[in-house]
Design a protein around this ligand. Structure first.
Ligand code: NAD
Ligand code: ZN
Length: 361
């Protein structure tokens, strides 16, 4: 299965498969045979899939080097980027060389930033290995690193030549990481496609069992929703903001809990709070609100927020990068499958939404 992503300046395929087997052919198709390759990965993914990937690429590259980072957000810094520049330079990497990201969103964001900036930009391939990176971070071209205490503060928009999704790597992913990725998949259904949302309910057993065909189909539909939005608004001037559904309160929860909640888990809680606001505004029925909570539960996502103060969460909302002129921007659902942007959500509505997830939705 294949999906083409078209942006203003680029056009690249996302390929869905259940092995690494056709990578050679794809490298030939995008004319990357004969180039030096630097695989960027992390210390969890490397022992699982590093050799497997290298064996696939060995016949098409005169030189493959590998840089593995320590897993976790702490490594997502300019310091790591600096070390990779030095490593590439000492291996005589030039403008024809290729960066291949093998890992989750952290690896993809760092590797993409290196590719975007080394010698003003070299070719870049994404091989996302978490469900979150397959459905979110590898599509859309945002790359970058954290700076001081600010997440993703330094970065660029930089599109890859190819995104390659091998669903079989998801078998080694922890249940918690899998659930976290499902949150963004469900988000795509909620904001844009009611049928896809229903598909996720009807096929939950196959998806949770990582049935390859079902996951490939799911990833394809989920990426086409994100790809469609990004094609129309690459730099977040208008509809790309819809992808922030659940992220306003989600980010605040993520930060205040000191990342005890994984990103997708915090977003699940943020989505419920935003749904409660939508419900109070008569944009969502009680039945729909309950269905959303149950679907998140079905995929082992949290629906009850523990031990954070509503006022603290409210204050934290003003630190978000997305605050514009001191106005908090919310994405609200207009029924399942449609959404709108709102910058007039009152403090009381927000606090009620937070109370709703604290009580246990
Ligand atoms: N660029 C974007 O548009 C965008 C969008 C969303 C999130 N992000 C970024 O993505 C990052 C989070 O990405 P993530 O959730 O993939 O986290 P991650 O990269 O930290 O991966 C999660 C954990 O799973 C491990 N892992 C990865 N693949 C595995 C596999 N197949 N088997 C076993 N273990 C595996 C990793 O080593 C890590 O410990 C954040 O830094 C976030 O800011 C970026
Ligand atoms: Zn997200």
């Amino acid at each position: 299965m294949k999906l083409n992503i078209q942006t203003k300046d680029s056009n690249y395929p996302i390929v869905f498969n259940n092995s690494f087997q056709n990578l050679q052919v794809l490298f030939e198709e995008i004319r990357l045979v004969g180039n030096k390759i630097c695989i960027i990965t992390d210390d969890n993914v490397d022992p699982l899939y590093g050799d497997m990937l290298e064996n696939e690429l060995i016949n098409i590259s005169p030189r493959i080097i590998k840089y593995s980072i320590t897993p976790g957000e702490e490594a997502k810094t300019l310091d790591t980027v600096h070390k990779i520049y030095s490593y590439c330079l000492s291996n005589q990497f030039d403008r024809q060389s290729v960066i291949v990201a093998l890992g989750g969103g952290i690896v993809g964001d760092i590797a993409g930033f290196v590719a975007a900036t080394y010698m003003r930009g070299i070719k870049f391939i994404q091989i996302p290995t978490t469900l979150l990176s397959q459905n979110d971070s590898s599509v859309g071209g945002k790359v970058g690193v954290n700076f001081q205490k600010y997440k993703n503060m330094i970065g660029a928009f930089y599109q890859p030549q190819l995104v390659y999704m091998n669903t079989s790597v998801l078998e080694t992913l922890s249940d918690k990481e899998f659930a976290s990725g499902m949150s963004e998949v469900i988000k795509h259904g909620l904001i844009r496609d009611r049928d896809f949302y229903n598909y996720l309910i009807d096929n939950a057993n196959l998806i949770r069992a990582i049935d390859h065909d079902t996951i490939s189909y799911m990833n394809h539909r989920s990426c086409s929703i994100k790809g469609d939005i990004v094609s129309k608004d690459e730099k977040e001037g208008s509809i790309r903001k819809y992808l922030n559904f659940g992220h306003t309160i989600g980010h605040a929860i993520e930060t205040l809990s000191n990342f005890r909640y994984l990103h997708g888990e915090a977003v699940a809680l943020g989505m419920i709070a935003a749904c409660h606001i939508s419900f109070q505004r008569n944009m969502l029925s009680k039945l729909e609100l309950n269905s959303i909570v149950n679907t998140l539960k079905l995929y082992n996502l949290p629906v009850v927020l523990e031990s954070l103060s509503s006022e603290d969460i409210y204050k934290q909302l003003f630190y978000d990068k997305k605050v514009s002129n001191n106005k908090i921007i919310f994405i609200l659902l207009n029924g399942i499958g449609d959404c709108v942007e709102a910058n007039d959500v009152r403090k009381e509505e927000i606090l009620e939404g937070i109370e709703f997830i604290k009580r246990g939705a």
